[in-house]
Design a protein around this ligand. Structure first.
Ligand SMILES: [Zn+2]
Ligand SMILES: [Zn+2]
Length: 83
């Protein structure tokens, strides 16, 4: 095991839809710098999918009352994970 290798934690089917159903709005909160969001997006992009093992994920930010969550969606199999 390479301790520097980062794997996605867990596939959560329908995560983005669930967040929005819980009141999370698309986009990062105003206090999160665009550069930070970009870093998260790059991290998500490079992670190996827990569902299919391929690298490559789209990233979507969500916010609710200043809180921030990110969802990575595998380009290959569509698995969604929180990042
Ligand atoms: Zn795959
Ligand atoms: Zn996948």
């Amino acid at each position: 095991m390479n301790p520097l290798h980062v794997d996605l934690l867990e596939v959560v089917p329908g995560l983005a839809d669930r967040l929005q159903a819980e009141g999370w709005a698309p986009g990062p909160p105003a206090h999160v710098a665009p550069a930070s969001v970009l870093i998260d997006a790059r991290l998500a992009r490079d992670l190996d999918c827990a569902g299919c093992g391929h690298a490559g994920h789209a990233f979507a930010a969500f916010h609710q009352d200043g809180a921030y969550r990110g969802v990575a969606t595998c380009y290959h199999c569509g698995a969604e994970t929180e990042v």
